[in-house]
Design a binder for this molecule. Structure first.
Ligand code: FPP
Length: 249
């Protein structure tokens, strides 16, 4: 068997890796507080960790990674913190654009790009366009994203098609509905990781997480390293996924 090793002796079965990992990167603020630092330091360290996890995902051969980088609700944070988060995102995009191209990573945004300042919107669109044909891995970033909002938007678009007579109500099934979601073309996540000890999904991928395996860890996101990632993947590989059916040995 072709095995993936690392120095922590975690051995993963490459034939049982998830196809899509989604991550709620939580605990940046608490990490900073625990060190007596302002919250923004937590976000800075968090962005570095995100970068490492993105490339580790590619190295492992996992084809889809979705990161919850900024939620619809995050707009309610203090202005200064929002500014820092957007700045970090910009710095990340500028620094990693070439690397994404070089490594064959396709970058995709889910959520409402139009909520962001024009320059950031344009940057996001340029990177999406430039990397659209890359096929080594899809890095999907949830930005100004909310699961309920995504479903409502999809319903509205679908209703417009029905109104125009392009779709009849009896044609609407799960497969067709998916085509109206921001995640169309992306398979549902197999594994959801949430750091920081919180055990909720916080309006993330509500439609897509129906049969996803959940992994919660009390580690704050800035302390989540490659070894913690391998632990999560190892835990996933021990699960028996039945998708509502009866397991037949
Ligand atoms: C949650 O921590 C994290 C966020 C709201 C944002 C996640 C953003 C990053 C990791 C940095 C930007 C990422 C990239 C890829 C450039 P929290 O602030 O809610 O922590 P707390 O619950 O301890 O307050």
């Amino acid at each position: 068997m072709n095995q993936c090793f690392n120095n922590s002796h975690i051995v993963l079965d490459p034939s049982k890796l998830p196809r899509h990992v989604a991550i709620i990167m939580d605990g940046n603020g608490r990490w900073a507080k625990s060190k007596g630092l302002p919250r923004i330091y937590g976000h800075k360290k968090g962005a570095e960790v995100a970068k490492k996890i993105i490339y580790k995902t590619k190295e492992l051969g996992i084809p889809y990674l979705t990161l919850f980088a900024f939620s619809k609700e995050n707009w309610l944070r203090p202005e200064e913190e929002i500014k820092t988060l957007l700045e970090l995102l910009k710095v990340y995009l500028d620094a990693e654009f070439e690397e994404m191209k070089k490594r064959g990573i396709k970058f995709k945004v889910i959520g409402d790009k139009e909520d962001f300042p024009k320059d950031l919107q344009e940057k996001l669109e340029l990177i999406e366009k430039t990397t659209e044909k890359n096929d080594e891995m899809v890095l999907c970033m949830a930005l100004s994203y909310g699961g309920k909002n995504e479903i409502v938007k999809a319903t509205r678009k679908l209703a417009e098609e029905v109104k125009k007579g392009k779709i009849s109500p009896e044609d609407i099934d799960e497969k067709l509905f998916r085509n109206f979601l921001d995640t169309k073309d992306i398979p549902d996540p197999d594994l959801l990781i949430r750091t920081s000890g919180e055990m909720r999904i916080s309006n993330f991928l509500l439609f897509q997480l129906a049969y996803t395996e959940f992994y919660f860890t009390s580690i704050y996101w800035p302390d989540f390293d490659e070894n913690e990632y391998l632990k999560a993947l190892y835990s996933y590989q021990q699960r028996e996924r039945r998708f509502g059916r009866v397991y037949e040995s």
